[in-house]
Design a protein around this ligand. Structure first.
Ligand SMILES: [Mn+2]
Length: 343
């Protein structure tokens, strides 16, 4: 037919004068950067660099899964979360949810991983404690990528040690209470970190608040102990009955009943395995991913956040990187909520 345009792909590229130098490292896709930091943010891996950076937030990796009771793989979590597919460069990240450019208002660096080696669990917990303490000591808020949930014991203790022990409240999202006395004879494990934090006095039981519990573990005796310690918990059934926002609002008030700041611990298995399959101990009937992201915005927007972790992402069990992407977004929502409230 005459008059119709020819289909010719002759001018579909915007050619730069210098194609080789056209894109900076942060402009290039996330998968092309051999350095592999979170969001391609600058590294600040030693004390000197952390002090020089004077960052608001520092990402910390805790690549440990020697403490799991079931399926392993969380040692690959930090790498998978850092490498989760993200659409845009950190140079122009824009939060649609909060209407803020997080990196225009906050300085965020990647502090690298704690120097964990396999098969030395106690050493791993010590070096994670030291790494998080050093980050917190420079004034940055540590955001720790697990790793199995045992890392919350050294990490939250480091933040409490930096602030003041028992002056920090903890909000803990999880299918599981993780307050067991021991795990096959070991006091440290991914089922015991909350017991250690309370027993050692890092946080008062009454300011330890759990959200999303469900299933069949731990047993009644552990819940009896939790009740004696004054712990408060909100089950998945309560979230179904009252809605997540009302429950999270209560959790904030309970965690801040005395303390003036909060450490947030997010076990990705709080979310339904249908939305977060890549985890070691999945439990059916969990939160929606959008409920968790909203809860993170709600908490970080309202409280003085002094540290957080996202744990139990196990890439070998993941599907389509869904769980790593969700964990990445949990961190992004926290960063963006901090940015949105910055004066
Ligand atoms: Mn769990």
């Amino acid at each position: 037919m005459s008059g119709a345009p020819d289909f010719r792909l002759e001018h579909s590229e915007l050619r730069a004068d210098d194609e080789f130098a056209e894109f900076s490292n942060t402009d290039l896709p996330y998968y092309s950067d051999w350095r592999g930091s979170f969001e391609k943010l600058p590294w600040a891996t030693d004390d000197e660099a952390l002090r020089a950076a004077a960052a608001d937030v520092a990402i910390v990796g805790a690549p440990l899964d020697d403490a799991v009771s079931s399926r392993p793989g969380a040692r690959f979590g930090p790498r998978a979360i850092r490498m989760a597919p993200t659409a845009w460069s950190s140079d122009y990240a824009w939060s649609i949810q909060l209407g803020v450019e997080p990196y225009a208002r906050l300085k965020v660096v990647d502090a690298g991983d704690a120097p964990v080696v396999p098969a030395r669990l106690e050493r791993a917990l010590r070096v994670i404690h030291e790494k998080v303490f050093r980050v917190a000591s420079t004034g940055s808020i540590p955001m720790v990528l697990g790793g199995d949930h045992s890392i919350t014991y050294p990490s939250a203790a480091a933040v409490a040690r930096h602030r003041h022990p028992r002056k920090v409240g903890i909000v803990h999202f999880d299918a599981h209470a993780d307050a067991a006395a021991e795990q096959w004879g070991s006091l440290v494990g991914h089922g015991t970190p909350m017991r250690r934090l309370i027993d050692e006095g890092w946080v008062a039981g009454s300011n330890f608040v759990q959200v999303g519990l469900r299933g069949y573990w731990p047993e009644k005796e552990t819940f009896d102990w939790m009740r004696e310690q004054g712990l408060r918990w909100h089950t998945m059934v309560e979230i179904e009955d009252r809605g997540s926002e009302a429950v999270v609002s209560d959790a904030i008030a309970e965690a801040l009943d005395g303390p003036d700041c909060i450490y947030l611990s997010v076990d990705i298995d709080v979310v339904d395995p249908g939305m977060a399959p890549g985890t070691g101990t999945p439990e059916a009937g969990g939160m929606l991913s959008r409920e968790l992201l909203r809860a993170v915005r709600q908490i970080v927007g309202q409280v003085d956040l002094v540290g957080m972790d996202v744990v139990e992402v196990s890439p070998p069990y993941d599907q389509s990187e869904l769980t790593a992407i969700l964990a990445h977004r949990v961190v992004m929502e926290a960063i963006s909520a901090l940015a949105a409230k910055k004066p």
